[in-house]
Design a protein around this ligand. Structure first.
Ligand SMILES: O=C(O)CCC(=O)C(=O)O
Ligand SMILES: [Fe+2]
Length: 342
């Protein structure tokens, strides 16, 4: 399999092949950083609290985080550290498998249930990105590689738990918009919705400042739930600056996706983020689950949120067509949302 991990392991790399050198990366670095900015933290236990006062305050905080940041850390979510560690450990084992054993999963077909590959989309990428990936659709039907032992079972348990967490967050988000608790669930067919697991593997790099793990982009779907191993690399764009994210241990990172932006008619914007490579010695692993509607759902702004002063700003499009649109283009900060904006 064509992979950055193999490239790094097979050559004693001291220089970076020219097709990986990212032109914009270095100058981009100059706008990085303002560590004093405080990324919001949401306490999941308060969001599901039986104390109405506590819950309503948490919902308000959640709404503010979605409106002002499109990004927050989630603590006290109830997913055990053991399970998270096992996901990371078995993911490493998957990427360590000999190429022969991963061959059957190599695919660039968007709707193949299991796909592994490198960069973003080799058909359209002008520069190659310093990441290998495994993507599996885990809902409504669960699919995952049968190797290494225990991988599939661990992923099934983890992705079920992450769906439960996202389900509660979406209830809180509906309420934060003064909609009925199950509004987004019903409108987006969330219970039978699509969930895509993406495991990113960023190998060590001798000159990390020259490459990019994933360029600036937004995620499709309603919400993405992300965790990572001990190495950093995620940056989010906030008020025109790149903010490096150093997650609180054991927290999840949650970001709003394009489809939450559509249904809220732009109130909760899909956040631009990217993954830089920072490590010369160790690999970074991040595990994301993107939660969306069913593929056939036509996503439009919620009529309840529209008015004469706030007319619909997005054309309706099925989730399937949107995914196809995203895959046909380079990954870019100007998300496919530009294409459906009215
Ligand atoms: O690796 C990360 O932290 C971010 C990954 C990401 O943005 C993605 O998979 O869409
Ligand atoms: Fe992303």
């Amino acid at each position: 399999m064509f992979s950055v991990k193999r490239l790094v392991e097979s050559n004693n790399l001291s220089s970076i092949p020219s097709n990986y050198i990212c032109q914009t990366n270095i100058q981009d670095y100059s706008i990085v950083l303002n560590e004093t900015e405080i990324i919001p933290t949401i306490d999941f236990s308060q969001l599901i609290s039986s104390n109405p006062m506590e819950r309503s305050m948490a919902i308000q905080k959640l709404g503010n985080a979605c409106r002002d940041w499109g990004f927050f850390m989630l603590i006290n979510h109830g997913v055990s550290e053991t399970l998270r560690d096992e996901v990371l450990r078995t993911s490493q084992c998957f990427f360590d498998l000999p190429s022969e054993e991963k061959k059957e999963y190599i695919s660039e077909k968007l709707f193949d249930p299991i796909r592994c590959g490198t960069s973003f989309n080799l058909k359209v990428d002008k520069t190659l990105y310093w990441r290998d990936y495994l993507k599996c659709y885990v809902h409504p039907q669960f699919d995952a590689p049968s190797k290494p032992p225990g991988f599939s079972e661990t992923l099934e348990e983890y992705t079920t738990k992450s769906r439960e967490v996202i389900g509660e967050l979406l209830k809180g988000i509906s309420l934060s918009l003064s909609l009925e608790e199950n509004y987004i669930h019903n409108m987006m067919n969330v219970d039978s919705g699509s969930q895509l697991l993406v495991i990113n593997y960023y190998p060590p790099c001798p000159k990390p400042e020259l490459v990019m793990g994933l360029p600036a982009h937004t995620d499709h779907g309603l919400l993405t739930l992300l965790m990572q191993n001990e190495h950093s690399g995620l940056q989010i764009e906030h008020n025109g600056k790149w903010i490096p994210v150093n997650p609180v241990p054991n927290s999840f990172l949650i970001n709003t996706g394009d489809h939450l932006e559509i249904i809220t008619n732009g109130k909760y914007k899909s956040i631009v983020h990217r993954a830089v490579v920072m490590n010369k010695k160790a690999a970074r692993i991040s595990v994301g689950t993107a939660h969306g509607p069913t593929l056939d759902t036509i996503v439009t702004p919620a009529p309840e949120l529209l008015s004469k002063d706030n007319p619909s700003a997005y054309r309706g499009i099925t989730y399937r067509d949107y995914l196809q649109l995203q895959q046909s283009r380079e990954l870019a900060r100007n998300s496919c949302l530009d294409y459906i904006r009215i």
